[in-house]
Design a protein around this ligand. Structure first.
Ligand code: EMZ
Length: 385
């Protein structure tokens, strides 16, 4: 098996039953494993709500480390629509030429710097750096701010050996409080000020709501982007023929990015709280229990995807849910896609091949399901073209 392979731990249960209940801090979660069911539940926000105690829809639950509601993803329709309407244009800025050019120069510089060296540890020295530098564009803040964000490591709520680290989370909350106070005193054109000056459904956004948007932006787009970037690099190192094909056929790069997102599924699942007694996959789901929409399993559903465990760079039909589905589809998806597409362009341009030197998998455990989501450590050497 190649080192970059990501197995599908859900296959058998998905085929046989379609769901599985796993434990999580005394608040069990019934995971939906089939694409059809995942979509159906995602679409039914009335029965399967995102708006419960802050942190409860996340798996593992973050109720013990967070009291601020993340916006818009912990808000149900119709209120959700007002927030999305405000945020969507800002989060689509990555499609603007000036943004693309700035992102290109960030990626180009990082790749070029690493072409000179012997080897690079991708997770901390490449993907985290790229994610944080790119975030300065999304927030429209000074480039130098990324230095502090990089120092927080790959996850704002997790530290080594601690899946939910309240002290670490507090560092982010204090930082955001300070930044929002500064923006209140001296508004600029960054996202902090834009949020504080915004109105949703005729009401001025509160500092707590702005903080909720920012926590999501800092937390939700961090390990997910790092996984997507790192997994792409590992895959291209392991498959030199694919790097060559992407170089020779630039027209398939868009499809390849969607296929990477399907295969890697950077976020395994996201929860919902059941609002009324109902059924999921012919299984009774009680009001106030939790379910999760398992994007990673749905994206390998063999009834939908041919050869689901293979990366088919130019896959024709690809209705993946790697960025979620329905109301809450990923707000940062445009930014994430632009990062991946710029990365592939620059790699094709500058890198001849990538040596895979050392890997240590990052495995998530949901009871009996053990899923590789990325790497703890990934050492490669970029060889110039
Ligand atoms: C939440 C989640 C959102 C959560 C799109 O993902 O990402 C996780 O990494 C965070 O811990 O709070 O933002």
């Amino acid at each position: 098996m190649k080192k970059s392979t990501m197995a599908d731990p859900f296959a058998q249960v998905r085929k046989e039953k379609g769901f599985a209940t796993v434990s999580d801090q005394d608040d069990p979660v019934t995971m939906m494993l089939r694409l059809k069911d995942v979509r159906k539940c995602a679409h039914n926000a009335k029965t399967f709500s995102s708006e419960d105690i802050p942190g409860r829809i996340v798996v593992p639950s973050e109720v013990n480390i967070r009291t601020t509601r993340q916006i818009p993803f912990e808000v149900d329709p119709p209120k959700h629509k007002g927030f999305r309407g405000l945020l969507d244009p800002w989060f689509k800025r990555p499609l603007e030429n000036e943004y693309k050019q700035k992102l290109h120069s960030i990626v180009d510089k990082l790749v070029t710097e690493n072409l000179a060296g012997n080897s690079v540890e991708v997770i901390n020295e490449f993907s985290l750096v790229l994610q944080s530098r790119a975030l300065t564009l999304l927030l429209n803040t000074p480039f130098e701010d990324s230095i502090q964000w990089i120092s927080w490591g790959t996850h704002v709520f997790r530290s080594e050996g601690d899946a939910l680290d309240g002290d670490k989370a507090q560092v982010l909350y204090d930082y955001l409080d300070e930044k929002l106070d500064q923006a209140l005193a001296n508004p600029t054109d960054d996202l902090f000020s834009v949020l504080l000056g915004a109105e949703v459904d005729g009401k001025k956004m509160s500092k707590e709501e702005a903080k909720g948007v920012l926590i999501l932006t800092f937390a939700g787009g961090r390990d997910t982007v790092i996984n997507a970037v790192s997994n792409s690099i590992a895959y291209l190192a392991d498959h030199p023929e694919s790097l060559k094909r992407l170089r020779d056929e630039p027209e398939i790069r868009g499809k390849a990015i969607e296929e990477f997102i399907r295969y890697f599924s950077p976020l395994t699942h996201m929860g919902r709280v059941v609002k009324e007694d109902t059924q999921v996959c012919e299984h009774a789901a009680k009001a106030d229990s939790r379910i999760s929409l398992c994007w990673a399993s749905a994206n390998r559903d063999e009834t939908v995807f041919e050869n689901p465990n293979e990366i088919v760079l130019d896959r024709k039909m690809n209705p993946h849910v790697g960025f979620g589905f329905s109301h809450h589809n990923c707000l940062g998806a445009t930014h994430a896609r632009q990062i991946l597409s710029t990365l592939i362009d620059v790699l094709c341009d500058k890198v001849g091949s990538i040596d895979l030197l050392e890997t240590e998998d990052n495995i998530e455990e949901w009871d009996d399901f053990h899923r590789k989501v990325g790497y703890e450590k990934l050492v490669v050497k970029f060889n110039p073209k």
